[in-house]
Ligand binder design. Sequence first.
Ligand SMILES: [Zn+2]
Length: 503
Amino acid sequence: MTNSTQVLELFVERIGLIKSYEESIALLSWDLRTGAPRKGMDVRSQSIGNLSGQMFKLATAPELGEWLTALEEPSAYEGLNEVHQRLVTETRKEYDRSVKIPPKMYQDYVVLTSQAETFWEEAKANNDYASFEPYLDKIITYTNQFIDLWGVKGTRYDTLLDMYEPGMTTEELDRVFGGLREKLVPLSAAIAASPHQPETGFLKQTYAKDSQKKFSKFILDQMGFDFNGGRLDESAHPFATGLNPGDVRITTRYLKDDVTSALFGTIHEGGHALYEQNIRQDLIGTTLCTGTSMGIHESQSRFWENVIGRSLNFWSRYYGDLQEHFPNQLDVPMEDFYRATNVVKPSLIRIEADELTYNLHIIIRYEMEKLIFNEGVKASELPKLWNEKYKEYLGIEPPTDAEGVLQDVHWSGGAFGYFPSYSLGNMYAAQMTETLEREMPDFWENVEKGNLHPIKEWLTDKVYQYGKLRTPSELINDITGKPLDPDYLVRYLEKKYTAIYKL
Ligand SMILES: [Zn+2]
């Protein structure tokens, strides 16, 4: 008979082992995406698959279930510290989810989604939705089977949302996205009708990669990115990966003819990195040592990229530095640069969208996913529905499926329920900003002086340090005193674009 201290030791040791697998897999994947030799890719993918399989076994082993049950006994649970209590709750949730899926079924699904991603790439390149449709159909069928096995709480789509944004529901998203859509559609139309459209031609010149690199590093340093606990590399699509708080890696992409891509990409990923670098020491080596949800993570990247990085105050401090890096290209006044980097224009492609219309791209995907899982809409019906929604919300219609329903990778990997995170991030960021402005009256003055350190400290205190120790709704309530509310984002966008477009 083991007592609860021994059980706790075994449990914590197992979590540590799972975390080590996670870190190893993340490092192998980072390496694959940042210049690993092509010839080794197949073997590497196999290794990642093997390690993931082992990790899944460790995370679903019967003894882990027994330890959880023992630690959940009130007499044992009440003796645990805050971190261990949360670790038990979180692990139980994951455990119950994972053990409900038969291993063979899971394995088949993993094979299907890895194949589907290749077929999706081809279908997109050839603008051939019909060739991808059978795969998407199968992925939807599997996902529906998973939902049945997991058990439905609320609507079927809620079960998927909860994976990326714990506690989030369709009811809640209908409320916040409804509020957002109602205000953003007319605002976007008013902007399009404004005669004061910014001039952007000067952005499209040749910008030496070396200078872009230097400026990216400079800005990260200004934000408080710790280069002793992280690094900046290059990849086709920018991303951030937190191996542990002392090793956080981000990437960016340098385009020769566009200075803004690396600039804002770097600040965005830098925001993700600050989160991961500043998680509390006592969470290291546990599965709580990461962002609490995709939405809160996105709120941090978007806060730094948009609220700070696309503000007039920021550029009144840093435009001179940028000009020094590109003296021949940037001879326009700072205000022109600011306006040009804040252009709003309805477009077909989500990842190229501006800060405002981006949210409409997300609402469209959210509504599509709800139709698939709550209304039983079939894969064959998606292109038509997609195009109708673009016409309705953005006033434009994709001429091809490649620029429409085929543009995103998410569905080929089965990541249904992920898209809302992006807009949730915008909403959380705007809501937190109002609290920050109130609690730090010299916030904008700090930005204007390049005194960004107190801002990073405030976010560390309110968000970063907790990792997964607080849920998203606990965080937003604790910080702002209110639940998630779309009006903050609406107010922020209205104020910003009324000035830029003289509405
Ligand atoms: Zn991001």
